[in-house]
Write a protein of this length. Structure first.
Length: 508
């Protein structure tokens, strides 16, 4: 006899797994300098702690759908939580660079399925009228986790040591595992047992090469290096083979069921989540470096002034979850994009003289706008997708979001460096003896180019101003990108008709 559906406990367990995985996408970043000293690694070497996780997660994400069909959702969920928790403990116990990179690879492999599976299970256990609220809860874990990661990571590193950045996952993993084991009914799996090895291999090679190119491109000066050319060529060739193979293989035998791409809402949703990942995560990568490098903020203070954006995100998601089905999805999305654009416009007014409020409020506003986008976008993307295609659909959805964030971070960092050089050159041309500022004796004495110390002080001031101009240019770029995609909202069709799946079917 089946037990009554216990949605609260299932949701709690799913959220524990989601937050555990999404926190790890950013929580280790602030601890890298401490790891570098303990593990006797160079700056280039310690970066592999982040790169290994990103690449492993990208490669493993697309296989989630096949694994669920073959072995069942519950089994894959429990295996993923167990593997991720054990890998986290191994990261914390690592005593060499090789050990922690290997453990991070395992983290990426096992953690890849957690977010897409959390999404699909929440959709399955909730009826149509409550799926908006379910996506709001799921979205909180996906969006708030990366925002709070640096704050929590900085506190754990300062209060204890960097190992606790990973050890904190162990109790969370145990709670999530118990919830999965206790409340979700076993799914026997056994469907679509044939595995498309060629499709998986070519897609993995393409994703791995692309992630390496994005992660190491700026460090290698992009296509000035042989490595970047090799990675780009491998990614292009592997993608070409994958596309050709998928087009010539029957949908049910292909690694990627291309019938997904015939669904207009789903394809449009992929485009928009790519943009959301690009703009949101790029902003999250820019703000901390701006605060720490230009304004001299400590890591802890940086975390405190950036974390409130998560409050805006949570509030918006709660509102969006309640109005889905009552308000046109496209209208909610439009408002969300316009609010996000307004926040980016506020950021274009930044200068070297900023109060903490100047940082907090645009972040909260952007978080609110992103929350209004994320929930209805998820609902619209999957509303017209058949239940049997959701496992693969959610994994591709998560993959596209992650690729968008990787491209966005690489793009804005590259633009930042190059625009800083351009702005520095332009400002230097204007620093002449004929400039009005030099008429002030105090200024001319403080920045006397004939005195080495004063010349260095002047160069530092020009560098600061050039860097701020480059940050502002990045904010303008993301603002224009956000406004540019807004008309594409017309491609989304509001969902109609009832959902036929039974939420009790996957529970006991």
């Amino acid at each position: 006899m089946n037990r009554p559906l216990n949605r609260p406990m299932i949701t709690l367990s799913i959220m524990a797994a989601t937050i555990m995985q999404t926190l790890d996408s950013t929580i280790a970043n602030v601890a890298l300098p401490h790891m570098q000293g303990t593990l006797s690694a160079s700056q280039d070497q310690i970066a592999w702690v982040l790169t290994a996780y990103i690449i492993a997660s990208a490669i493993a994400t697309p296989v989630t759908g096949w694994l669920c069909d073959r072995f069942g959702q519950k089994n894959i969920f429990m295996a993923s939580i167990t593997g991720f928790t054990v890998a986290s403990a191994l990261c914390g116990m690592s005593n060499s660079l090789g050990q922690i990179v290997a453990a991070r690879l395992l983290q990426g492999v096992f953690g890849a399925a957690l977010v897409p599976l959390a999404q699909v299970v929440l959709m399955q256990i909730n009826p149509r009228e409550k799926q908006g609220q379910a996506m709001a809860v799921w979205g909180m874990g996906v969006m708030v986790g990366p925002i709070l990661g640096p704050t929590l990571g900085g506190w754990l590193t300062d209060s204890y040591n960097w190992r606790w950045v990973f050890f904190i996952n162990v109790p969370i993993g145990i709670i999530a595992f118990y919830g999965m084991w206790r409340y979700i009914r076993p799914d026997p799996g056994g469907r679509h047992a044939r595995f498309d090895f060629f499709g998986f291999a070519t897609l993995s090679l393409a994703l791995g090469s692309l992630q390496l190119l994005l992660d190491r491109g700026q460090q290698n000066d992009w296509f000035s290096s042989t490595e970047a050319w090799i990675e780009a060529i491998v990614a292009f060739v592997a993608t070409t083979y994958f596309v050709a193979h998928t087009a010539l293989t029957p949908a049910k035998q292909s690694f990627l069921d291309y019938r997904l791409l015939k669904n207009q809402n789903y394809v449009t949703g992929l485009l928009f989540i790519f943009i959301v990942g690009l703009v949101l995560y790029a902003t999250r990568a820019l703000i901390p470096t701006m605060l720490e490098n230009l304004l001299g903020y400590p890591v802890a203070t940086t975390g405190l002034v950036t974390a409130p954006s998560g409050i805006g995100t949570m509030l918006a998601m709660l509102i969006a979850g309640r109005i889905i089905g009552k308000v046109d999805l496209r209208l909610t999305l439009l408002v969300g994009f316009l609010i996000s654009a307004f926040a980016l416009w506020q950021m274009t007014g930044y200068s070297l003289e900023l109060s903490q409020g100047d940082i907090i409020w645009p972040g909260v506003i952007q978080g609110f706008g992103t929350g209004l986008v994320f929930v209805p976008l998820s609902a619209a993307t999957f509303a017209t997708l058949s239940p049997e295609m959701r496992a693969q659909g959610t994994s591709i959805y998560s993959l596209v979001r992650n690729i968008g964030s990787s491209i966005g971070i690489s793009l804005v960092q590259t633009l930042l460096i190059r625009n800083t050089v351009t702005a520095h050159s332009s400002l230097t041309e204007r620093v002449t003896a004929g400039s009005p500022a030099w008429h002030n004796p105090a200024v001319s004495a403080a920045y006397d180019v004939h005195v080495p110390a004063a010349a260095a002080l002047l160069d530092g001031a020009v560098n600061q101003q050039a860097a701020m101009i480059a940050y502002i240019d990045d904010f303008w770029f993301m603002l224009f990108l956000t406004l540019l995609v807004t008309p594409l909202l017309l491609l989304i069709r509001p969902p109609r008709g009832p959902v036929t799946e039974d939420p009790q079917a996957v529970m006991d």
